[in-house]
Design a protein around this ligand. Structure first.
Ligand code: GLA
Length: 389
């Protein structure tokens, strides 16, 4: 176990003892994710290529007498910092708000799928920033799902857990997200990216070792926070549904030639569809490079993805554009915004020898605009969710 993970596992066990008395029965971990490429394609049955981070969410859990589920998180503030206890049968969509909706929504979703649960206590901690576009929500759902299913003898395959976690997020939390983040948290393997076909559920593990090409992947947290429930994400999703209907296809995935979107009369809808169609193509091109062991050539695809998300899909934000521009000017091979958009992190592929140049260039560009310095971290493709203890 990595030192950092062991430390946070100790911390969460300590928190469990302090809140509930007694020992947890186990500790489970689910990672945050980076999406190498394939943005805003998952909910249209498209292709994505994420990998797992070494950091994530840790849950210490144990069974308890009775039929209630108790949750506590080190990340919660104010009143929300207290233990929250809810009878399992009282869990219904809309009944719980805030951070607790993620773990409690997971319990709801497992029960709604016919898996019996009984009294449980959970203590939660994380070494992953929230709202930074690194899928802290999916990590929280998936760590909770592993804990609940193991404690209560629920046998569900991981792709099915991903679907149940996604349902919790869609229906209980009310965020209309796709399946990428939960799949990444549960299915990724160290040293690999996961090619996921969101239409069929088919996966392929592709080796991702940028160091072999003298490169490093960096995650730059732009400091701008996003919320997938604020309506703009849902609006993009609706535009894709509308374009699918007007183009008379089952899914935008069926449009392979970007020129085929020319038939859409509305220029905005045309741009949205163009992004999805070209992004699916870029994922295929990126996957082909990884299959050939040529991660060094990924750069232009990342930068094209960013341009399309900025200009066609219009989900980028100023601090992301500035970080991408500064990184490229400082010698990065490629860079792009990640996740749902309107806040979060940027992914940069840079020569390993140029990490500090790139980080400095972004920090200078931010300082010039009086923005707080962004946090920059190396992103190593890591293992998916697992039991730690
Ligand atoms: C968020 C959602 C994902 C996906 C991305 C955009 O991370 O949770 O399902 O749609 O945005 O690619």
């Amino acid at each position: 176990m990595a030192v950092a993970t062991a430390k946070i596992a100790d911390r969460v066990v300590g928190a469990y003892r302090a809140r509930y008395g007694g020992e947890p029965e186990g500790v489970w971990f689910a990672p945050g994710r980076v999406n190498l490429i394939g943005e805003h394609t998952d909910y249209t049955g498209g292709l994505v290529l994420p990998f797992a981070l070494p950091v994530g969410v840790v849950v210490a859990a144990g069974r308890a007498p009775g039929e209630a589920i108790a949750v506590w998180s080190s990340q919660a503030r104010g009143d929300a910092h207290d233990v929250r206890e809810v009878p399992l049968r009282a869990l219904t969509p809309g009944a719980v708000g805030g951070w607790a909706a993620y773990p409690l929504g997971m319990a709801w979703s497992l029960r709604a799928a016919g898996h019996p649960l009984s009294g449980t206590r959970l203590a939660i901690d994380a070494d992953l920033p929230m709202g930074a576009g690194l899928s802290s929500s999916a990590a929280l759902e998936c760590a909770t799902a592993l804990a609940l299913s193991e404690l209560h003898g629920v046998r569900v395959a991981r792709p099915e857990i991903a679907a149940l976690a996604s349902r919790a997020e869609n229906e209980f939390v009310g965020a209309p997200t796709g399946i990428m983040d939960q799949s990444a948290a549960l299915l990724c393997r160290a040293g690999h990216a996961l090619l996921l076909d969101c239409r069929t559920g088919a996966t392929e593990e592709l080796p991702l070792n940028p160091a072999t090409a003298g490169l490093t992947l960096l995650v730059v947290d732009t400091g701008a926070r996003h919320a997938l429930t604020d309506g703009r994400y849902a609006q993009r999703r609706r535009s894709c549904e509308e374009a699918t209907r007007l183009l008379r296809v089952a899914s935008l995935r069926d449009v392979v030639d970007a020129d085929d979107v020319a038939g859409l009369a509305d220029p905005e809808l045309r741009r949205r569809a163009r992004h999805v169609v070209t992004e699916n193509r870029r994922v295929l091109a990126a996957a082909a490079l990884l299959r050939r062991g040529a991660p060094g050539d990924l750069g232009p695809l990342l930068t094209e993805s960013h341009a399309s998300l900025r200009d066609n899909f219009e989900v980028s934000w100023r601090r992301a554009d500035v970080a991408v521009e500064a990184a490229l000017l400082a010698g990065a091979a490629g860079a792009r915004m990640m996740g749902g958009g309107f806040g979060g992190s940027v992914l940069v592929l840079t020569p390993a020898a140029g990490i500090s140049q790139v980080a400095d260039a972004i920090a200078i560009a931010y300082a010039r605009r009086r923005w707080p310095a962004p946090a920059v971290a190396v992103a190593a493709p890591s293992a998916g969710a697992r039991r730690l203890r």
